[in-house]
Design a protein around this ligand. Structure first.
Ligand code: TRP
Ligand code: SF4
Length: 340
């Protein structure tokens, strides 16, 4: 386990922090879009990764019963995919009440208009029409995210394009706080943008649980096969002898993730010239997918036998995180004259 390091604005190694909501099983989009990158980052940065369970409630407040089980599965997926608790720190947001304290204090000084203009606020409200999101908590969600980040004085936040506006808000809040209380208590976090590959869902749309088009990290080999074999390919290839266009086919996107350069070239050439059929192409893909996922599946099954050990890791990580966040909070309470 990492020794807690004294937070400082002049670290030689940058601190990375990121969180994931425990909303359900992780799918390949989550893996290639975030987790795979986290696994790389743990070698180059001081990393903190957390279960963003309170964040689930900003949209799913009416149905919280699955959070614990989802969190457990997510932690198992993290470990199976190669996040290593010897290299990084895992914690659970709701175990660290300082996130709530900081969120409250920041809410006092954050103009409402800053939150209202975050683009995802309107977008998500329009998308999720089945529930009432005219809540205080949902509007404040980027504020909670700000508290998550700056409680640790994290310099870098690996996020997707869609979350960059949230980091921008965090930076504004930091500047306002430091200005109001005349002390550099917080550092301005920066997004850490990394190239992520395209991972379409089985129907060609974005891979998403709500579209029911996902391949999950803990789907079995057979389940993956049952999803891949009937998946739609280039509609131009109605018959085996019709040439196709790999660039419009999800199977080709998946080849790029799991197959060697030779196999990718074989797929591209064979598709365009109708030398191969889609069934051959898919079978070849499954070989590559199995080679990639089999060891992870095995590791996952092993880890899943001992969920109590997984919680133990989250517990000791949370203790480390607590020391870091408390150090910041002491300074916050001090400059806000709340230490008495
Ligand atoms: N907003 C992120 C998501 O929905 C999760 C998250 C919460 C997060 N707090 C964060 C990510 C802080 C990075 C930093 O996926
Ligand atoms: Fe897609 Fe492969 Fe069929 Fe071409 S041959 S359409 S890439 S599955």
């Amino acid at each position: 386990m990492n020794k807690p390091k004294e937070p400082s604005n002049h670290r030689t190694i940058e601190r990375v922090l990121s969180g994931m909501r425990p909303t359900g099983r992780l799918h390949l989009g989550n893996y290639h879009g975030a987790l795979q990158n986290w696994v790389k980052l743990q070698n180059d940065y001081e990393c903190l990764f957390f279960v963003a369970d309170w964040h689930c409630l900003t949209t799913d407040y009416a149905d919280p019963k699955d959070i614990r089980g989802n969190a457990e599965n997510m932690l198992i997926d993290w470990l199976a995919c190669g996040l290593d608790p010897k290299k990084c720190t895992f914690f659970v947001q709701s175990w660290l009440k300082v996130h709530a304290e900081l969120h409250l204090l920041l809410s006092m000084m954050t103009p409402l208009s800053w939150l209202e203009r975050v683009p995802s606020y309107k977008e998500i409200r329009q998308q999720l029409t089945d529930r009432d999101l005219s809540t205080y908590g949902f509007l404040g969600y980027p504020m909670l995210m700000t508290a998550d980040i700056i409680a640790y004085n994290a310099n870098r936040v690996p996020v997707g394009e869609d979350q960059v506006a949230h980091i921008e808000l965090s930076r504004e809040v930091v500047r306002r706080f430091n200005f109001l209380y005349k002390k550099e208590v917080f550092v301005e976090p920066k997004p850490l943008l990394t190239q992520t590959p395209k991972v379409p869902g089985l129907d060609g749309r974005k891979m998403s649980k709500s579209y029911n088009n996902c391949i999950y990290i803990y789907d079995t080999k057979e389940e993956v096969r049952k999803k891949i074999m009937p998946a739609i390919t280039d509609p131009a290839r109605k018959r085996r002898e019709d040439p196709g266009h790999p660039e419009v086919c999800i199977i080709h996107d998946y080849h790029k993730l799991y197959s060697s350069a030779e196999v990718c070239a074989w797929c591209e050439d064979g598709c365009r010239t109708a030398k191969i059929g889609c069934v051959d192409c898919k079978k070849k893909l499954l070989e590559g997918m199995d080679a990639f996922w089999d060891p992870i599946r095995e590791k996952r099954a092993e880890i899943a036998k001992h969920p109590e050990q997984v919680w133990e890791i989250a517990k000791s990580g949370s203790e480390v995180a607590k020391i870091l966040a408390e150090t910041t909070m002491e300074k916050v309470r001090e400059v806000m004259h709340l230490k008495y």
